[in-house]
Write a new protein. Structure first.
Length: 220
């Protein structure tokens, strides 16, 4: 994992897609803090991650991971990003629970999945899909996250939670018929290994919960 991670960082730096090496001398943004005043605004190669454009059938491509929080079996009922993220498996282009079978009557079936444009949570058992992006670089950045219903035919809505190293940046709920939803932009400071999680919660019921959700991460 660690070797793959640094391999990824080197590969990305090599293609010019990421890297803070062109920041002004003396800028020293600290992970978790805002940008220092002398950090120049980003003008080229600003996109670090894009959940839709980067969507892949393998884990850890461009820093993205696909997993879930199995809340029903979490002993303390609290999501801890370091230990409660469980990998999903890519099955026919969608990320699903590893033992998934396409039979709603089979106990291995789950509504939890991640697609390029969004996904769906499961309420019973509670399996909440998580898009994860792990930063290969340090510096000031900006995360833009969006959330809306794809299926606007009803239901009790869904909740989006965007977290940086477990700290909530955005907590947003949409109604079952809200196909517009919302987009938020939050300035952050990244360290190498900073972890952004975008989790989709079904609320009380998962009926008609298909939801658009995604995020981009840019240098600033
Ligand atoms: Ca826990
Ligand atoms: Ca729901």
């Amino acid at each position: 994992m660690r070797g793959l991670f640094f391999g990824l960082a080197l590969a990305l730096a090599g293609c010019g897609r990421v890297g803070f090496g062109d920041r002004a001398p003396g800028s020293d943004a600290t992970p978790g803090a805002e940008a220092t005043p002398d950090a120049p605004p980003c003008t080229v190669d600003c996109v670090l991650g894009d959940s839709m454009a980067d969507f892949a059938a393998v884990q850890n491509q461009n820093g993205w991971f696909y997993g879930s929080w199995d809340a029903s079996t979490d002993g303390d009922g609290v999501y801890e990003y370091a230990t409660d993220f469980h990998d999903l498996s890519n099955i026919d282009g969608l990320w699903r629970v590893p033992d998934w079978v396409p039979d709603e009557m089979d106990p291995r079936f789950s509504w939890c999945y991640i697609a390029p444009w969004g996904g769906h949570p499961d309420a019973s058992p509670r399996q909440l899909p998580i898009r994860r992006w792990v930063s290969p670089v340090a510096g000031p950045a900006r995360v833009t996250a969006s959330h809306a219903k794809s299926d606007t035919s009803g239901g009790d809505g869904t909740r989006a939670l965007v977290m940086l190293d477990g700290a909530v940046l955005w907590d947003h709920t949409v109604a079952g018929d809200d196909g517009v939803g919302a987009t938020v932009t939050v300035d952050i400071a990244l360290g190498v290994g900073s972890t952004l999680d975008y989790m989709l919660d079904p609320l009380g019921d998962d009926g008609r919960d298909t939801s658009n959700h995604g995020m981009t991460i840019q240098r600033r």
